[in-house]
Design a protein around this ligand. Sequence first.
Ligand SMILES: *Cc1c(COP(=O)(O)O)cnc(C)c1O
Length: 352
Amino acid sequence: MSYQLPEKLRNLVPYEPLSGEYKVRLDANESFISLPPAIRAELGDELARIYFRRYPDPNCTKLCEKFGEFFQVPSNLVVAGNGSDELIGLLVSSFTEYGDAMLVVEPDFSMYGFYAQMCGLKVVSLDKRMNGLVLNGDALVEAAKESNAKLVILSNPCNPTSLTVSREEIIAIVQRLNDCLVVIDEAYMDFSKGSVMDLVEKYDNLVVLKTFSKAFGMAAIRLGFAISNLTVVNALKAVKSPYNVNTMTQVAGCVLLGHPDYLKECIYIIKKSRDDLYEKLLLLKEKKTQIEEVINTTANFVYVKVYKAQDVFEQLKEKGIAIRFMGDYLRITTGDSQENGLLLEALFKILK
Ligand SMILES: *Cc1c(COP(=O)(O)O)cnc(C)c1O
């Protein structure tokens, strides 16, 4: 007998972000703002003081306190993770039983369904494309009830559509699916309005996810948060690996959260840049019939329906500009004015 991989792993390939060198990277919804020298220096000093021989604080106590102050939530309702990706994996795998149904919407962040596959969940998908990419809350509740879903997870604002579901609609979903865990991934909520983070104590089935990778420009350190009621928070703390967030990341998170004005400034600058990119793409649509639709964005990227999208994506790549190709659509992260300028110039040349 020879060793065989389990069936579910045989056709799996590692996640492959765009490889190669690009002069403009607008493919991963990262921030275009580099950490200022003063904060970098402070971070360097703090990192130099770490007790490297000691294990990290498993509860990320100081970090969760600072997070709680910034977002106005009690720090005992906050769990830190090695990126929100880790927390998504934990919620999907540990808050369900083998064979349970989990509801996702389509299109949405692909990692949700990926983790579900690994632990034998039935993934039920509600397609928003029939409804102009807009989430129909009633349809979602119906689909969840019909499939007896134990977990619903969706991003709000949505990656990739860039649209936000209203706070009222999210509340209605949470209330009506009261025996199902509802996870709202607010990775892009800093750029929009309608967070439900303040409501986690009010419901026993609501989890909100946040990340440092987007608005805060810290994708490199891998830091995300889950906010929920005490019961869910305690269960999440119990199932996570004890030292999931390393000390360097905890220190970096604390340093960043020690500069709330800087973080708010980042959000303001990124919103301005994405508004500008959106306006300019709309203008380009007037001249180029190949652009079919530019979705009005509430995130840090623009979702654009383009005829022969893959061609356009490949031609941009040849010019050293990386964006995300998604079927009939292109998802373009907003960059600084120079990067957006280069992108728009290239699109002007490529599009008919
Ligand atoms: C980018 C992204 C994340 C990833 O967050 P990490 O903290 O970097 O793991 C989570 N959810 C959505 C919807 C995202 O777009």
